[in-house]
Design a protein around this ligand. Structure first.
Ligand code: SAM
Length: 280
């Protein structure tokens, strides 16, 4: 008999989508899918063993905003095919093409970066990741980079992209051991395993960097920015993401206080990506 998966779908306001996705992930869903419909998002998670939806419903109710929750049993073969449909190739900037391992799309002059959408955040489909990749590409094409730090690396996508665009060496740091394992596996898939050092924890390497990418969340960015400034070479670039428009002023204040100069900014779906240059 075919194995079944429990599919849980939660529709929430877009500002709560990441919180619900995180809850599903921590409840055991190997990855989540977010589908935006105007200001609402449907967050879907699949579970190999049945779980009660009561804790999730209680969590959603605690957010104090309208939500709807549905669940269904789906057959293994449908799950595998559905899962693949959610990870189409993504073109970013002029040179990047992110593909899942099963994809055979021709690269057409782009750097083909293979990311397995497994247990770690960072497939290139979220506005924070694609925004960072756009700014990393600009920097890599503008000047040679000896060393890059990807702090909060998830799948390792940012470090891997920087290496594939010419950076010589990268450090990738994450507190989540599953993210570190995914980053190592993805580095191998992309032929850059020898150029990347993956570190589990929150300590930053004692090294200086031409580029630091930090796709985190606003409070952690505010806390870490002075440390990132110390680790940047003069002329180096700090790419900050994971902040919403509402968080922007305090992240900007923390960066300006160190003397960093804002160089570039993008905003997609309320997710802001900022690039800051260390001048001296
Ligand atoms: N860099 C990937 C990208 O851009 O798609 C993943 C970014 S994901 C939004 C944030 C990552 O930061 C997660 O993998 C999480 O485990 C990691 N993280 C959270 N707090 C951290 C901390 N204090 N130190 C290191 N990593 C952290």
């Amino acid at each position: 008999m075919s194995r079944t998966w429990q599919e849980i779908r939660v529709e929430v306001g877009s500002e709560f989508a990441d919180l619900v996705a995180n809850f599903l992930h921590e409840s055991g869903a190997p990855g989540t899918i977010l589908e935006a419909h105007d200001d609402r998002v449907v967050v879907t998670g699949h579970f190999a063993a049945p779980i009660s939806t009561d804790p999730l419903a209680a969590y959603c109710a605690s957010l104090g905003a309208p939500f709807s929750l549905t669940q269904a049993q789906i057959a293994e073969e449908n799950w595998a095919e559905n899962w693949k449909e959610y990870f189409p190739p993504v073109e970013i900037g002029e040179r990047i093409l992110i593909v899942p391992p099963w994809d055979r799309t021709p690269s057409a002059g782009r750097e083909r970066i293979v990311i397995d959408p497994g247990m770690a955040f960072g497939t290139g489909h979220h506005a924070t990741t694609s925004g960072c990749l756009g700014q990393i590409e600009r920097e890599c094409l503008a000047r040679p980079l000896a060393s890059v730090l990807d702090y909060g690396c998830g799948s390792g996508i940012l470090a891997i992209a920087a290496l594939r665009l010419g950076a010589r060496q990268a450090y990738a740091v994450d507190i989540d051991p599953e993210a570190c394992a995914a980053a190592e596996a993805n580095a191998t898939l992309n032929g850059v395993r020898n150029e990347i050092s993956v570190m589990n924890g929150s300590a930053t390497p004692l090294h200086s960097f031409g580029l630091i990418a930090a796709n985190l969340f606003a409070d952690l960015l505010v806390e870490k920015i002075p440390q990132f400034w110390l680790l940047l070479e003069p002329g180096g670039l700090l790419v900050c993401a994971g902040l919403l428009v509402a968080d922007e002023a305090r992240v900007s204040a923390a960066a300006s206080k160190t003397g960093l100069q804002m160089e570039y900014r993008t905003c997609v779906d309320s997710w802001v990506v900022q690039s800051w240059r260390r001048m001296g």
